[in-house]
Design a protein around this ligand. Structure first.
Ligand code: VGL
Ligand code: ZN
Length: 232
């Protein structure tokens, strides 16, 4: 609401200095039977599959993350956190969705009970200390300066990953058609996209409406044209 209409931005082409980051496309988020299933989550898979193919054709790195929790962690409601148990290591829910093509390094986050959502950093649940995953090192060693981000979920791991990437100095591109939100509160996904835009991310693709929203919220019929990116 109230956003200026913007011309759609297009994704810069993949090259050796670009990495495609695919966040948490795991059964518990992407499958309707998952314990923290994201509405329409599996819809990101064909979009990401096309991106993966283009990235690989251009020699770009593709990296994946897996939320990877022990059975007991302060991240889970039963142990003092906020979430139903999900992505417990070595279980079906933690596996990458079987339809997602896997062609690159997989970063697992949370193995030692760390909390947090970013692919780059985790929080020690006892000391509150920030711990880096191996992702920044991996990208740095490969000379990556730009990341293209998609996956699940927009309002948690995707937004925190993109904000960390920007903070670490990466040019950051968000693929709106390759993300979906948990939307605990209606509009969380849209607000996350705005936070990424304000922090300097390039937002590419049509806005994907949240639950109960029209194609372009807050506007009257006739304005929901397919070229309107970033609206609603
Ligand atoms: C996520 C909630 C809890 C995510 C992970 O991948 O977005 N969300 N853990
Ligand atoms: Zn988690």
């Amino acid at each position: 609401m109230g956003y200026a209409r913007r011309m759609p931005e297009t994704r810069p082409p993949y090259d050796l200095a670009t990495a495609l980051l695919i966040v948490d496309v795991q059964n518990d988020f992407a499958d309707p039977a998952g314990s923290l299933s994201v509405r329409d989550g599996a819809a990101v898979i064909p979009v990401l599959a096309a991106e993966i193919e283009e990235a690989l054709d251009s020699g770009a790195l593709v990296a994946y993350t897996q939320d990877w929790h022990p059975a007991k962690t302060p991240h889970f409601a039963k142990d003092g956190g906020v979430w139903p148990a999900h992505c417990v290591m070595q279980t079906w829910g933690a596996e990458l969705h079987p339809e997602l093509p896997v062609a690159g390094h997989v970063v697992r986050k949370g193995s030692n009970g760390e909390d947090g959502y970013s692919a780059f950093t985790m929080r020690d649940p006892l000391t509150g200390e920030t711990i880096e995953t191996e992702l920044h090192d991996l990208l740095r060693r490969r000379g990556v300066t730009r990341v293209v981000v998609g996956g699940l979920a927009t309002d948690y791991c995707v937004v925190e990953t993109a904000l960390d990437a920007l903070r670490l100095g990466y040019e950051t591109v968000l693929l709106t058609e390759a993300i979906r939100a948990v939307d605990l509160q209606p509009g969380d996904g849209e607000r996350a996209i705005e936070r990424m835009r304000e922090a300097g991310a390039t937002i590419v693709g049509r806005a994907v409406p949240g639950p109960g929203e029209g194609a372009v919220a807050g506007t009257r019929a006739g304005s929901a044209d397919d070229d309107a990116a970033g609206a609603g």
